[in-house]
Design a protein around this ligand. Sequence first.
Ligand SMILES: Nc1ncnc2c1ncn2[C@@H]1O[C@H](COP(=O)(O)OP(=O)(O)OP(=O)(O)O)[C@@H](O)[C@H]1O
Ligand SMILES: [Mg+2]
Length: 314
Amino acid sequence: MDYKDREVLVEVKDLQQYFKLGRHGVVKAVDGINFKIFRGETFGLVGESGSGKSTTGRTMIRLYKPTGGEVWMKGKLASGKIPKEDIAYVNRNMQMIFQDPMACLNPRMKVIDIVAEGIDIHKLAKTKEERRQKVIDIIKLVGLDEQHLERYPHEFSGGQRQRIGIARAMAVEPEFIIADEPISALDVSIQAQVVNLMNELKEHKGLTYLFIAHDLSMVKYISDRIAVMFKGKIVELTTSEQLFAKPLHPYTRSLLSAIPLPDPITERTRRRIAYEPAKEHDYANNPPSWHEVEPGHFILANDQELAKWVALYK
Ligand SMILES: Nc1ncnc2c1ncn2[C@@H]1O[C@H](COP(=O)(O)OP(=O)(O)OP(=O)(O)O)[C@@H](O)[C@H]1O
Ligand SMILES: [Mg+2]
C-alpha cells in the first residue's frame, strides 16, 4: 500500500526535550524531531548511546514535559495540555515496555497486582473474579501461567520478568506500545523468544510499536520503517529495505558498516566507516533541514547534500 494512504496513529511534531545542566549548560537530548507512525507498523528508532532515543520515548509517554513540540495520537493531542475528555484515551492507549524490567516492576507487588494496575486505574473489571480472569488471560498470552500470579518479581528470570512487563503494558489493550530496548538486557538465547512474542501479540491484537534499539541488524527484521537518530536529531527515515539498500546519510552508512557480516571471509575485510560531522558537512555556513528526497525517504541535509542525494535517485 502507498504510505500516503495509511492511517497515521501517532505523530511527533518538532519535539524537543532539553535538560538543564548546572546553572548554564543545557543538553539538547531531543532537538526538533518529526515522524509519523502508521497503524499496524513497527517503527524502529536506532542510534548510538546518548543519541536521545529513550528521551524520545519517555517524552512521548509523558514521563517528561516536552520543551517544545507536540505528540498527537489518532488526531488527539497527546502531550502538554491534553483536553480533559481525551486524557483517559491517551493514558490507556499508549503504553511502554522498558529495557530493565526489574527496575520498572515494583518488587513488593505480586504479579497479579502488577499486571492488574492498569485494569484498576481504567476500571476495566467489575468484579474481583473478572480482574483475576483478565490477568490470567494476559499472563497466558505472554507465556506464563496462573501459578505465577502470587509470586514477586525477584522470583523470575530476566526473560520472564520482561514477559511480566509486556503483560502489564498489554493488560489495558492499548493501541500503541513504546518498547525501549526491550531485549538488550536479556541473554542472547532469550532475545529471539521475546521478539517472537512481541510479533505474535502485534498480529493477534493489531498493535503498533515504536521499537527503540541500538543496532540496525536487530531492528531490520522487525521494523517496517526505521528512523536513525544522532545527537538529538533524526538524520534519516525510510523503510527498512530502503535504508539498507540506499542509505544516504553518512551516519546511517557508518551504522551499517558496523554490522558484522555472516561470511567470515568478507567479514575479515569489513571496514567500519567513521562518521565525523565536521569532515562531512559545512553546517556552520549551510545548516541542514528536513527533506523528503523520494516519497517516504526523509533526510536531514543542507542544500548541497540535498542536490547530491536527490541526484542518486534520478
Ligand atoms: N533526566 C535527564 N537529565 C539530564 N540529562 C539527561 C536525562 N536523561 C537523558 N539525559 C541526557 O540526554 C541525552 C540522551 O539520553 P538518552 O537516554 O535519551 O539516550 P539513548 O539514545 O536512549 O541512549 P542509550 O542507547 O544509552 O539508552 C544524553 O546526553 C543523556 O545524558
Ligand atoms: Mg536509552
